[in-house]
Design a protein around this ligand. Structure first.
Ligand SMILES: Cc1ncc(COP(=O)(O)O)c(C=O)c1O
Length: 445
């Protein structure tokens, strides 16, 4: 047996560990690891027993807080009852029950659900559904996909191609053909320190019209955007922007996909951002909070017409040649049902609305601290943008991240932006502690 460092062994070196960590600075991390070995409610605990407030819901996913007994019990019962069932040409009751329950929460008309195992797979599924939908309706000329600069849609080929974060794309070659990007909506000059939706920028949606004219709209299958672009540093859509995108898509027969992998499941105070912004897309991609991060799962919601478009061939033919071994995995469905039950019992899908005022005040209390050039918030999300150190982009925010972790709070950074998204069970006292510590750290810079 190959004896390697065991992470639970405090002080044991991880430098030669086999684990290639995703989206991490492997060499730096393995020299000075930050480990958590237990979690409960709003807190992580390190192997040494230090208590850390989770300001990021893990990775934007543990919306109900950590290690909730109702979910743990649901998962335990699920895995002991039906460990696996093939999802192709066979079913199990939990898949149908879960799909029906979550479809009932979706914006009106998005009545069908396709299960995946992650946000990235939800995005690939939605893009393929969009292309196939046009094809089966005799509009196979619609092959282009439009994303947006600074968008994040996961790491598979389609999602990387429609994504707009340069660092995530540049070493992976040409990606997909026929993809273009609208401009992003970040506008510090006009919108810095906005509370909620920024006032300026609805007209930026007209960049889609420009791309329609450039490529001919009849070649475009779908447009994909995050209602709030979170991974790039919390860009809240300007007032009226999403509505305008919807209008342009309608004018040209283009499908609109909202990537709600982060914004669904109560993050903005409604089950879906589409409900909060009152703009209904044709497809919604989700993952993360669908099982409170416990068991990998994703789901794509689609309008009834999309589903029906595939139901026209001979009934001896498979309608959609797409799916994963683990689509609608019974343990994931058990986790999802238990999570949904907890969300509904504790009112978590709308709690962000009640907490948003207190949260907003706390976020904007950082105004005037050194290097803070923007503060933005919506629901229970915040972005804190710092001026970069000349010639050392990302270094300033990373220093804040390290200092915060030492002082007992977990934040996330992307570039020189701090992103916060605490579990939806957060109380005022935790918000005070989170921003108290953050403000102390910012003053040390
Ligand atoms: C909007 C969006 N789409 C897709 C993804 C990818 O999800 P996953 O990491 O589960 O593949 C993410 C992850 O953060 C996301 O924020």
């Amino acid at each position: 047996m190959n004896e390697r460092a065991r992470p639970e062994t405090v002080g044991h070196s991880l430098e030669n560990s086999a684990f290639f960590m995703p989206f991490s600075m492997n060499r730096q991390f393995k020299k000075a690891p930050r480990l958590v070995s237990r979690a409960e409610g709003i807190h992580y605990y390190t192997p040494e027993g230090r208590k850390i407030i989770d300001g990021t819901s893990g990775l934007w996913c543990v919306n109900a807080g950590h290690c909730r007994p109702a979910i743990a019990e649901g998962v335990a019962k699920g895995v002991a009852t039906l460990d696996f069932a093939p999802p192709f040409q066979l079913g199990h009751p939990l898949a149908f029950e879960f799909a029906d329950k979550i479809a009932a929460l979706a914006p009106e008309g998005l009545s069908k659900v396709f299960f995946t195992n992650s946000g990235s797979e939800s995005v690939e599924t939605a893009l393929k559904l969009a292309l196939a939908y046009h094809r089966v309706r005799g509009e196979g000329h619609r092959t282009r996909l439009i994303g947006r600069e600074r968008g994040y849609h996961g790491v598979n080929f389609g999602g990387t191609a429609v994504g707009g974060i340069v660092g995530n794309r540049k070493i992976f070659g040409a990606l997909l053909a026929g993809v273009d990007h609208m401009r992003h909506t970040h506008d510090l000059a006009r919108n810095a320190f906005s509370k909620g939706e920024p006032q300026h920028g609805a007209e930026l949606a007209d960049d889609l019209e420009r791309l329609c004219q450039l490529h001919d709209p009849s070649t475009i299958a779908a447009v994909i955007v995050e209602p709030v672009a979170c991974s790039t540093g919390v860009l809240v859509p300007p007032v009226g922007y999403l509505k305008r995108l919807r209008e342009i898509c309608d004018r040209h027969g283009i499908l609109l996909i909202f990537d709600e992998v982060i914004t669904a499941w109560g993050r903005l105070g409604e089950p879906f951002a589409a409900l909060r912004f009152k703009v209904t897309p044709d497809l919604i991609t989700t993952a993360k909070g669908i099982t409170n991060g416990t068991v990998p799962m994703g789901a794509v919601f689609m309008k009834e017409a999309l589903y029906q478009a595939f139901q026209t061939g001979p009934d001896t033919a498979i309608e959609m040649p797409h799916g994963y071994t683990y689509s609608a995995h019974p343990v994931a469905c058990a986790a999802g049902l238990a999570t949904l039950g907890l969300y509904q019992r504790d009112g978590l899908l709308t709690r962000a609305r009640d907490m948003a005022g207190y949260w907003e005040d706390a976020v904007h209390s950082l105004k005037g601290l050194p290097h803070v050039i923007d503060l933005r918030n919506y629901g229970l999300i915040a972005g804190i943008e710092l001026a970069p150190i000349a010639g050392r982009p990302t270094a300033r925010a990373y220093e804040v991240f390290l200092k915060c972790f030492e002082r007992g709070i977990l934040i996330r950074t992307t570039g020189d932006i701090i992103a916060l998204s605490p579990p939806l069970i957060i109380e005022r006292k935790h918000i005070d502690q989170l921003f108290g510590t953050l403000s102390e750290v910012l003053r040390t810079l």
